[in-house]
Design a protein around this ligand. Structure first.
Ligand SMILES: Cc1ncc(COP(=O)(O)O)c(C=O)c1O
Length: 407
């Protein structure tokens, strides 16, 4: 599953650091294995492209006929330019403006609406249209409180109790609800949360409430291990329980509907690595600090969500294990990829590989402190390709100043 250590090391030497490397073959394997676990014949995985919008990854997913969950007009435009047809996309709206609504409808993508207020505006603007509706599953779970999206303390989805108001708006404007949606959170810690959220959404998905359904979408959130000794979800039994629940639901509904999920992390998290070079070793009264050539704006999850990312010292795999803080090059104390982590001896010049950097790493990145994002290499079918280059410092400044008007 992991890319070979020597390959990663040689890519760091060839392209320089910091560098993102993705195992494209693993991405495709993950996209393809979900329907082997969830054997419902009308199953679709809509890759949540917010997790990683690398053009090479998206192109490969498009080539196997993959679907997308999109969340901004630019994501739609970008995916279209990479060849995705709009009928293989869903647009999950999040506090969208009038302009955004018209833009997305104009692009021809099916809208997934998550508030009564927006549904009303959509229905008045586009009577007779198809729509998908996002409900809040009222199940609270996720890998960190900031990524738990269910429950009535969050901004997401229409409350299940408001289904009658939904029906009134729909009936008045002749809207066809062809899909229902929920998303409980990212990195769901319990398989039961998925089953419960499915049941809660399906409790309102009756013929009486929604006679035109073509699909039910149960969002993303499939968990992958981040820590080396973390157990992997038993996807075979998980998938078979999901299939059983949905089969029973469709029997009651009286029609075989499509079942959608929107995995992001599951598809790409384990396929990514960020490679950094250690340039400064410091001993602070016994606390060993390894300073690297990239920082939290280029991989924010440890700082933002206190996420664990496993790290390997590619240059000294068999060195004597010691304890380190692995720090970045940004002027903030919290700029650490790992704190008090045991690793084989680290020396200046060593290359560290930060693992599970495929999801919400590059895509959540920025240029704080005016440092360009790293380059991205995709390894696919045994070949490594530089898909996106790193801007030079001059390029970055040109880009910023090019957006400014100083007169
Ligand atoms: C609506 C929706 N669908 C899917 C996802 C993907 O979640 P994950 O990457 O945990 O699978 C997200 C992530 O936040 C989301 O908000």
């Amino acid at each position: 599953m992991h890319l070979d250590t020597d390959l990663l090391h040689s890519l760091a030497k060839e392209h320089g650091t910091p560098l993102y490397v993705y195992n494209g073959d693993l991405v495709i394997e993950r996209y393809r294995d979900l329907p082997l676990f969830i054997t419902w014949p009308k199953f679709r995985a809509l890759y949540a492209m917010k997790a990683n919008f690398n053009a090479g990854i998206l192109k490969a997913i498009n080539e196997i006929g993959g679907w997308l969950d999109t969340v901004s007009p630019a994501e739609v435009i970008y995916a279209k330019r990479l060849g995705f047809p709009v009928d293989r996309m869903l647009y999950t709206a999040n506090n969208l403006s009038e302009d955004e609504m018209h833009e997305v409808v104009g692009q021809g993508v099916l809208l997934n609406i998550g508030s009564l207020s927006r549904l009303e505006k959509f229905a008045k603007a586009y009577p007779g249209s198809n729509v998908c509706l996002r409900f809040n599953p009222e199940v609270v779970d996720g890998g960190h409180e900031k990524i738990m999206t269910g429950g009535d303390l969050t901004k997401f989805g229409i409350l299940l109790q408001d289904v009658d108001q939904v029906k009134a708006i729909v009936a008045e404007n002749n809207i066809k609800v062809i899909g229902l949606h929920e998303h409980t959170g990212s990195g769901l810690t319990k398989t039961d949360s998925v089953y419960q959220a499915m049941q809660n959404l399906m409790s309102i998905a009756t013929q009486e409430n929604f006679p035109d359904l073509e699909f039910v979408d149960f969002g993303g959130g499939f968990k992958v291990p981040y820590e080396p000794d973390e157990e992997r979800v038993d996807y075979v039994s998980f998938g078979s329980e999901i299939t059983r629940i949905f089969t029973e639901f469709c029997e009651n509904y009286g029609k075989e509907l499509y079942m959608y999920f929107e995995p992001g992390k599951y598809i790409v998290a384990e396929a990514g690595y960020m490679l950094v070079e250690v340039n400064t070793m410091k001993d602070n009264k016994g606390r060993q600090i390894a300073g690297c050539d990239s920082g939290f704006p280029q991989l924010i999850r440890p700082m933002f969500y206190e996420s664990y990312h496993h790290i390997e010292n590619l240059s000294n795999m068999d060195g004597e294990v010691q304890t380190y803080d692995i720090c970045g090059n940004i002027c903030e104390t919290g700029d650490r990829f790992a704190e008090q982590r045991e690793l084989p001896e680290i020396r200046e010049g060593d290359i560290l590989s930060i693992q599970n950097a495929g999801a919400y790493c590059y895509s959540m990145g920025g240029v704080y402190n005016m440092r360009p994002m790293p380059a991205e290499v995709l390894v696919l079918n045994g070949e490594s390709k530089l898909v996106r280059k790193q801007l030079t410092n001059e390029d970055l400044v040109d880009q910023i100043l090019g957006e400014c008007s100083l007169d």
